[in-house]
Design a protein around this ligand. Structure first.
Ligand SMILES: *Cc1c(COP(=O)(O)O)cnc(C)c1O
Length: 404
């Protein structure tokens, strides 16, 4: 695609104006919004209001002026992006902590089902937490198998199937409805990690019959570094599962200051401690930005941006590890290169920020809210320049590197 072609697409892009809702540095093409989303223009003012007015002037009164309800309010704002009901989602803690809470709860549903089935090569925290959660429930274990064996690993011992919907490295996307149905057919629950899905691809948790889900606030949701995560529990499970992190904020009456724990009805029982309001305020701006965009246009544009980079990769002879069919992938594209780390460093030096995933993946995030077609076309050109000019193009360099 020529820059002129890209500019034609930009001229009719219904999302073009959304770019102005973000602050991005001059001279940078940011292809890492799937790792840390960009800064919404409204966030600094929202944080200034949170600190100066809400904290500085209103002090403790702010808890009754919008703070205490923030986890549920943000959850309700997020629900449409998940295809869930507003009272099925709550915001708080990290993705890792939420995984732990839900996995232990799922293991406690049926004492005859003792296995978490998971995927080898999943994002590390998912496997580490699953192992840790299993260690907290008598007789429970994690059974992590290669992707192709996940379905066959489901059985009468499976308590819960834990999968990440869009793979952090390859962007491969599971068929959520099909795998949810497979887990249910085996009598198990399903827990989806949506960290690379929410804000990247259409989600229909209710329609797919999903039981449980978690996901990240700082990637496509633009909630800021370490933003609170979210957790989804389908209504039918809400009063049958309880959090093992039975903190006072999930108590039915936190301000009764009771000695014994009694979980709140509904989604609120998944809260543990006091919400981090500075971080919640930033995430709320990210969510409000999403509320104003036509998501169908976002998914369409993601596919168009993908095609631009996929074509550039083909021209350059790069091995693309991401599947081409839009329905089978997320919103990033990954190439394999023996010197992927050095390529990423060279790209960054030229203002194209992507990232490296060990051992040999060059990963480029496609965030339609703040990337233009021209940005992505330019990134493809710069990638070509990097590959042509740098020494790893030379076979002798490759050979020398191979022995060090
Ligand atoms: C980013 C990501 C996480 C992040 O977990 P944290 O607890 O926020 O560090 C978890 N799982 C997956 C699949 C991710 O991509």
């Amino acid at each position: 695609m020529t820059f002129a072609d890209a500019r034609v697409l930009d001229a009719t892009d219904p999302l073009a104006a959304v770019r102005d809702r973000f602050i991005l540095p001059e001279g940078v093409i940011y292809l890492d919004g799937n790792s840390l989303g960009a800064l919404p223009r409204a966030t600094p003012a929202a944080l200034a209001d949170l600190t100066q007015r809400q904290w500085g002037e209103r002090l403790v009164r702010s808890w009754n002026e919008g703070w205490i309800d923030a986890p549920q309010r943000l959850g309700a704002k997020l629900a449409p992006l998940l295809g869930a009901q507003p009272d099925e989602v709550i915001v708080g803690d990290s993705t890792s902590a939420n995984l732990f809470k839900l996995l232990v709860a799922a293991l406690r549903v049926d004492p005859h089902r003792r296995t978490i089935v998971g995927e080898l090569g999943n994002f590390p925290t998912d496997l580490h937490i699953a192992d840790g959660a299993a260690g907290c429930v008598a007789g429970a274990t994690l059974r992590a198998v290669p992707r192709a064996q996940v379905r066959a690993a489901l059985g009468p011992d499976t308590a819960v199937l834990l999968l990440t919907h869009v793979h952090y490295k390859t962007a491969e996307r599971w068929d959520m409805a099909a795998l949810t149905a497979a887990a249910h057919a085996a009598g198990a629950l399903v827990l989806w990690d949506l960290s690379h899905s929410v804000g990247a691809v259409p989600l229909h948790l209710s329609d797919a019959g999903v039981d449980l889900a978690v996901g990240c606030g700082y990637k496509y949701l633009n909630g800021g570094p370490g933003a609170p995560a979210f957790l989804y529990v389908a209504r039918r499970w809400q009063d049958r599962l309880a959090s093992p992190v039975s903190g006072w904020m999930g108590h039915a009456e936190p301000f009764a200051f009771a000695d014994t724990y009694r979980p709140a009805p509904g989604i609120k029982r998944w809260l543990a401690g006091t919400p981090p309001m500075l971080a919640m305020a930033a995430l709320e701006v990210g969510l409000d930005t999403w509320a104003e965009v036509d998501t169908a246009k976002v998914w369409e544009k993601s596919a168009a941006l993908f095609d631009i980079l996929a074509a550039a990769g083909d021209r350059l002879g790069l091995e693309c590890v991401t599947l081409r069919e839009p329905g089978k992938r997320g919103s990033h594209i990954s190439f394999r290169h023996p010197h992927a780390y050095a390529v990423v460093q060279a790209l960054i030096a030229r203002g194209v920020i992507g990232d490296f995933r060990a051992p040999d993946i060059l990963r480029l995030g496609l965030t339609p809210l703040y990337l233009s077609h021209e940005d992505v076309a330019r990134a493809g050109t710069i990638l070509g320049e990097v590959l042509a000019q740098e020494p790893w193009h030379d076979a002798r360099f490759t050979a020398r590197q191979a022995v060090t």
